[in-house]
Design a protein around this ligand. Sequence first.
Ligand code: 13P
Length: 341
Amino acid sequence: MQYSSELEATINDMAQKGRGILAADESAPTIAKRFKAINVESTEENRRIWRSLLVTTEGLGQYINGIILFEETLEQKTDDGNSIPQAAWAQTIVPGIKVDKGKIPLALSPGDLITQGLDGLAERLRSYKQQGARFAKWREVYAIDKHVPSQHGIEANAEMLARYAAVCQDEGLVPIVEPEVLMDGDHDIDRHANVTEAVQHAVFHALHRHHVQLELMILKPNMVLPGKDCRRASADEVATATLKVLHRCVPSAVPSINFLSGGQGPEEATINLNALNQQSTDAPWKLSISYGRALQQTALQAWQGKEDNYLLAQQALLERARLNSLAQLGQYNPDMEQADT
Ligand code: 13P
């Protein structure tokens, strides 16, 4: 593989102990939804201000070693004139880019979804790389209902993830492979575990078929949880169920597993990550984060779109990142949350 030493260096920079990935790659409709909750209009300038705020948080690099950006952010500048990728590098945070173009229904397969964006991907990656990106992210989404995801849907999605990952490695960008089984619905934790296992199994089969080198990728999975409308599970139950699936599906060659938060609250996502790390002392992979909402939510609430709140928001982000860093070491305790308010 042409770029293996470059890919190895990127993995090394992104899979460091006690550090994780900040997902700040919300698509236009998603960031508009997040801003609406704090009465901020989603203009290009407001998005620039928000994402500059995140990436220039002093000290963030202590806990965060990668940031996923949205296409427009790659070109934006912080107030002191650096590009946002440069500002990330200044804190030893590797900049990356979401490259999928969102989900649509899978044709002739009611209820299944599929993500678009493969056409022209290699050319896009080349230009993102020139703008400073060193890794990419692609998300496939699986809703749970009575008859979905279907086996056909699971296989079609796995094929997309593997084709994307192969193009990334071919172009010298580390692929983050994200199969997200949603937690919407009233299914129990066992159903979520069964679907997650089938999904991950298919993904690793497809990655193998497409010659993807597992040492040079990062898996971004969901934790195994009960549906939002089902009885809650304890952190220990979540950790046990999640680790069982991961041990069955994820080869030890994969260096790092960085969970998405997927609608868990900030504290819940940290508690669950801590339990996972406490239970997994013998796991072959690093268990870390690639949280979007669970890292940004308290900071967004503190910001409210006001310049005066800029530093408060940065403090909230830093604190969330710090607590998640402790959770990666299994050293977090919910009593530490008081310092957050
Ligand atoms: P959440 O942590 O908010 O689920 O977002 C992570 C992400 O990047 C989804 O693609």
